[in-house]
Design a protein around this ligand. Structure first.
Ligand code: ATP
Ligand code: MG
Length: 405
């Protein structure tokens, strides 16, 4: 398994060097889980019995990325590797991240503090799997199950409940019944967790291939009622959870995911800002979702037109077309490509007249008229009412009696 994957083979010398210095080192967490599932691996995490100072003594180039949590970044051959000391976490006082981490020398102790059995696997440099909590069995049966007592684990760190439903979606797994019960019991603790961290898990839930399963669990466990802006929307969320695209169940992007969610909650362009700000989304995300929601709302009622394409942009319209399939409406990719090829301009910057040209031509000082005229020209060019040539545009403006010289 190790030799099938470049990420593992590249990291092998790191393990070898740590071992040569007399310590233990393993691949751990998500990479082991995903490799066993034959899924693509994004990054490899390494865990070691060596303390951070000891790791720094072994490698010539390191960066202290999270040294207080035991993570040192090792730089080697233009690659970076995160090496984390085995640790236990103690005294969770406020249902979130531990107050204190204690470095330990035992792999088992480290794996014990991990959230789910499928995430508590380690792999040696020879590809041998170390499985103290029956994670391989749960992986085979497609089960998300807390390590140890689920009630205690969620009480320690309430984010784990969101992580649980996101793994159900991401891996298209089911949740073990005791683990599920514990979420139902402790769901209100989610209110203690920073929204940014909930958002990351929620988005992974929405983008997962088992989205329907994950969402149903998110609703059934009532975790949704502790998330921004969702508490009043159980019925709409159930409808959202039922939406599927027969060709591809996965939502294409975070913008698409938020857009479809807001559409099913019957939100409008003007509601996007406060909703997504409460979720701590970036300004860029909010701006894109606004455009996409407006476009989707129009597209369910009418065919695609050049102005909508121009104003929304190709990338967003492409996602909107894909979202139509989730709403059982036909997408029209042929028309999209046709319209794109026919668009006289794709951006304001391509207009052949500027504000300066208009001021000079009409010999008027700049004012409200100028912006209005530029907007009008832009739309006329996009709709093909006027050619994008300076002379043509200027005489069109005079003829249309829009602006008097
Ligand atoms: P992904 O594919 O999304 O990166 P992952 O399993 O690697 O999934 P990470 O958030 O990168 O998830 O965490 C790496 C590992 O750290 C997990 O596999 C798990 O063992 C452990 N872990 C992460 N967050 C927690 C937590 N809140 N409580 C307990 N263990 C955790
Ligand atoms: Mg990871």
């Amino acid at each position: 398994m190790i030799h099938d994957n470049l990420l593992f083979t590249k990291a092998l010398p790191i393990i070898t060097e740590i071992k040569k210095a007399g310590y233990e080192a393993y691949f751990v967490g998500g990479c082991v889980r995903d490799a066993l599932l034959n899924k693509e691996i994004n990054d490899v995490d390494l865990a070691t019995s060596a303390f951070p100072a000891e790791i720094k003594a072994i490698f010539s180039k390191t960066i202290d990325v999270g040294i207080e949590h035991g993570t040192v970044m090792v730089l080697r051959n233009d690659e970076t590797y995160e090496v984390t000391t085995f640790r236990t976490e103690s005294t969770y006082q406020d249902f979130r991240r531990p107050d204190q981490v204690v470095f330990v020398r035992s792999l088992k102790e480290d794996l014990k503090r991990r959230d789910f059995t499928v995430n508590a696997l380690a792999m040696t440099e020879d590809g041998e799997i170390i499985d103290y909590f029956d994670g391989v069995n749960d992986l085979t049966n497609g089960l998300i199950k807390a390590v140890g007592s689920p009630k205690e684990r969620f009480f320690e760190d309430a984010l784990r409940m969101m992580r649980g439903v996101r793994f159900v979606s991401q891996l298209d797994f089911n949740m073990d019944s005791e683990t599920k019960k514990a979420i139902f019991l402790h769901r209100a603790l989610l209110a203690k967790i920073a929204v940014e961290r909930i958002q990351v898990e929620f988005m992974k839930l929405l983008l997962g291939e088992g989205r329907q399963k994950g969402l149903n669990l998110f609703i059934e466990s009532a975790l949704y009622s502790y998330c921004p802006g969702l508490a009043e929307y159980q019925k709409e969320l159930l409808y959202f959870a039922s939406l599927k695209n027969d060709q591809n169940h996965k939502l294409p992007s975070p913008v698409a995911a938020w857009t479809l969610l807001l559409f099913t909650l019957e939100k409008h362009e003007e509601d996007v800002d406060s909703f997504l700000r409460a979720w701590k989304c970036s300004k860029k995300m909010i701006q894109q979702v606004k455009i996409a929601l407006k476009a989707l709302t129009l597209r369910v009622k009418q065919p695609l037109d050049p102005l909508l394409l121009y104003q929304s942009g190709y990338a967003i319209i492409l996602e909107v077309e894909e979202l139509l399939l989730f709403l059982d409406k036909p997408a029209d990719l042929t028309r999209l490509e046709e319209l794109l090829n026919q668009l006289p301009i794709k951006d304001k910057k391509e207009m052949t007249v500027s504000g300066f040209d208009l001021v000079a031509y009409f010999n008027k000082s700049p004012g409200k008229w100028l912006g209005e005229a530029l907007d009008k020209i832009e739309i006329a060019i996009v709709l093909g009412d006027v050619a994008n040539e300076k002379e043509v545009i200027l005489s069109w403006l005079s003829e249309a009696n829009e602006i008097k010289k």
